[in-house]
Design a protein around this ligand. Structure first.
Ligand code: ADP
Ligand code: MG
Length: 281
């Protein structure tokens, strides 16, 4: 069913004459899930955040910015035409409301498409290009619910759009060394963008695939403690859990696939922590 985002209108226009990075007041929160390393749990985290928020009675918006379109796939939203996806938003200025489709789990999803990989070459990285999503999401009549953006593992024009649009960068770090290296690169990249925003970009590191029995998990935890500010490392850890890995194959989030699993418990705790910190309203 293509229901769009109902009667809610999403405007793409920039708001007035405020600078491109001006913070407009907006009632919802926008979380970008990003790490320059692949396979660290970005999509698993975006999927279960969105599903968990929907279960609590809100209608969140999921934006898939990974050309691999895994998030879109799990939510069962896979338009054939690139124009009906986030590609149409970036390349043809289509409003998000035309692209969004409601999934069975009550999440509105703006899907990805393989063609998204071409956008860097097509659009470049000018200020107007990298702030396009920000302006659409922060327009006065934009979506009222929380927004979660699933990024690809590159600091490309898509990830820059997500970082410029969001209130919080959520960085999953699976408990292994390469994921940690990826997270350190994110830290450097966010710090390098600070002069543009004139403030420290809000970020939280999330340990995923944590397994107490593995020495590497403990070592990575220690290293995380040394590498990042303690207040920016989430208390919640997502444990290694086979139900989390299984559920996408069934086209489900973990809450519907295995509501009593450790995976469902951990992602629910994560939502509590983000709500408690004011990052999900
Ligand atoms: P990314 O989006 O960063 O590439 P994914 O979310 O797709 O990463 O996760 C990579 C793989 O790890 C997937 O097969 C996923 O099912 C699995 N996975 C992610 N988190 C967990 C977890 N906590 N326990 C077990 N498997 C996980
Ligand atoms: Mg992914």
């Amino acid at each position: 069913m293509r229901d769009g985002v109902g009667s809610r209108e999403h405007a793409t226009a920039a708001s007035g004459d405020r600078g491109p990075f001006a913070v407009s007041s907006h009632p919802m929160t926008i979380v970008a899930v990003f790490n320059q390393k692949g396979g660290v749990g970005k999509t698993t985290t975006a999927l279960n955040l969105l599903a968990g928020i929907a279960q609590r009675g809100q209608r969140p918006l999921g934006i898939d910015l990974d050309p691999q379109a895994h998030l879109s796939h799990v939510f069962g939203v896979q338009p054939r035409l690139a124009d009906d996806t986030m590609f149409g938003f970036f390349a043809r200025q289509r409003p998000l409301a035309e692209i969004g489709a409601i999934s069975q789990s009550g999440v509105v999803i703006c899907p990805a498409h393989m063609e998204l990989a071409k956008l860097d070459a097509m659009l470049g990285k000018g200020v107007n290009v990298v702030t396009r999503l920000r302006h659409a999401l922060r327009a006065p009549d934009a979506v009222p619910g929380p927004v979660v953006i699933d990024c690809c593992p590159l600091l490309n024009v898509l990830s820059l759009n997500a970082i410029f649009a969001c209130d919080l960068v959520l960085i999953p770090v699976s408990a292994d060394y390469l994921a940690l290296q990826g997270a350190k690169e994110v830290e450097r990249a966010l710090n390098a963008l600070e002069p543009v925003f004139k403030q420290r970009l809000p970020r939280r590191y999330l340990i995923t695939r944590f397994d107490m029995r593995r020495r590497m998990s403990a070592e990575v935890m220690q290293e995380v403690g040394k590498s990042f500010r303690s207040e920016e490392v989430l208390v919640t850890r997502i444990r290694e859990n086979v139900k989390l890995a299984e559920s996408p194959a069934a086209g489900l989030d973990v809450f519907r696939h295995a509501p009593d699993s450790r995976g469902a418990h951990d992602y629910s705790t994560l939502i509590d922590e983000l709500v408690g910190a004011g990052y999900i309203r």
